[in-house]
Design a protein around this ligand. Structure first.
Ligand code: ATP
Ligand code: MG
Length: 375
């Protein structure tokens, strides 16, 4: 019988085989032992879209649980009402109630929140943490807060968390370890706005793409127990195209798996699967990303797509003047356009000052679907 597709191209889906990330897992084990010895060393995990933040946090949750620490997991959505602070703190508290005590209904914990009803969020959360701790039968409790970038920067949630967690009564009489997950740009906004936040959530993990060996291992182990395997050349092509981006590799492999069921993978079949992958990535993410750019910014972007390599401001300026000769293009504004593309997370900036498109698959998507150059 044909086995169902083993790849997991969905945000937040736990992969069938979790690969790589050894450094991050070891780092977390160290944080756990330090936090139990001294005091909680709260952690921030940063990673671009689809790099595996949620999947990693699920692994970390298992590690914490295997060491006997209860855990709670709280994904945040976009709450942008006037009462965002109150609502978000309540949400976090409720998720903690759900995950941390052995039996929350038996001890009537749900009443604790209601009793604290009218207090200001900061005071309420402090009392909540202290009260809850009394019924947690463990030396430490670990709380994951996912998608922190969804918080409104002015909501004050992160600053409230920081100030509550640094209060004496919380430090002395409880032991919660908080793990926050965010995109790098989302987190940077909090740091820029509230300086102490950066100093407080000191321990950082930055999730990069997976390397070629890890990518290849993930493909092999995910295909284990199916009748299918991908040849070395296919695995290399997957890596060359995705550069080990976890979501992109799951999606491309998922498409290849469906095709391989019918036939062996030729170049033609690979290109078809790649094109389908790009189309799906377009719907998921790339299309909306491209729409953030203004018409002028798109013109600058098209140079980066065409040259397909990092370029400096002066490179782009001279390409625009010498090769493109676009009458009326505001050359003097190229720097501004680039910085705006950077702020919109469409391009990134190297330490050397050159700009490049955030992701090779995005470059390919733009080439094929937006700038219509064909495959
Ligand atoms: N270490 C890994 N090994 C194999 N597959 C992985 C790994 N990490 C993540 N994935 C896969 O990559 C995809 C994206 O993972 P995940 O949703 O955890 O990323 P994320 O950073 O939380 O994304 P988002 O920006 O959508 O929140 C999922 O399909 C997941 O199954
Ligand atoms: Mg996620």
């Amino acid at each position: 019988m044909i086995k169902p597709n083993p790849f997991t191209p969905q945000s937040g889906w736990e992969p069938r085989f979790f690969g790589g990330r050894e450094e991050e897992l070891n780092f977390f084990e160290k944080v756990l032992s330090q936090s139990i010895r001294d005091q909680a060393n709260h952690v921030v995990i940063l990673g671009e879209w689809g790099t595996g933040k949620t999947s990693l946090s699920k692994q970390l949750k298992k590690i914490a649980q295997s060491q006997g620490y209860p855990t709670a997991f709280c994904p945040l959505s976009n709450i942008s009402s006037k009462s965002a602070l109150k609502d978000t703190i309540n949400l976090i508290a409720q998720e903690m109630l759900l995950g941390l005590p052995k039996d929350s209904t038996a001890i009537g914990m749900e009443n604790i929140l209601n009793e604290l009803g009218k207090l200001q969020p900061q005071v309420k959360f402090t009392k909540f943490l202290v009260n809850l701790w009394q019924v947690i039968e463990a030396k430490m409790a670990v709380v994951f807060i996912d998608d922190v970038q969804n918080l409104d920067i002015n909501s004050g949630v992160i600053d409230t968390l920081r100030s509550v967690l640094s209060r004496d009564e919380v430090i002395k009489s409880t032991n919660y370890l908080f793990v926050l997950l965010s995109t790098p740009r989302g987190w940077q906004d909090f740091i820029d706005k509230h300086n102490p936040v950066g100093r407080f959530f000191r321990k950082r993990i930055y999730l990069e793409n997976l390397n070629q060996t890890e990518t290849s291992e993930i493909i092999d182990k995910t295909l284990n127990e199916t009748e299918i395997s991908f040849g070395e050349n296919i695995k290399k092509d997957v890596y060359d195209n995705t550069k080990g981006h976890p979501y992109e590799l799951q999606l491309l492999c998922s498409n290849l798996y469906d095709d391989q069921l019918q036939d062996t993978i030729t170049n033609e079949i690979f290109n078809k699967a790649l094109k389908n992958t790009l189309r799906e990535l377009g719907k998921d993410y790339f299309e909306a990303l491209y729409r953030r750019a203004s018409d002028r910014e798109k013109e600058v972007l098209s140079i980066l797509v065409e040259k397909n390599k990092p370029l400096s401001i002066s490179d782009i300026r001279s390409i625009m003047i010498i090769e493109k000769r676009k009458a009326g293009f505001p050359i003097a504004n190229i720097k501004n356009f680039l910085y705006r593309l950077y702020e919109k997370e469409i391009i990134k900036r190297r330490d050397t000052g050159e700009f490049e498109i955030i992701d090779p698959m995005f470059t390919k998507y733009l080439e094929i679907f937006e700038l219509k150059k064909g495959v």
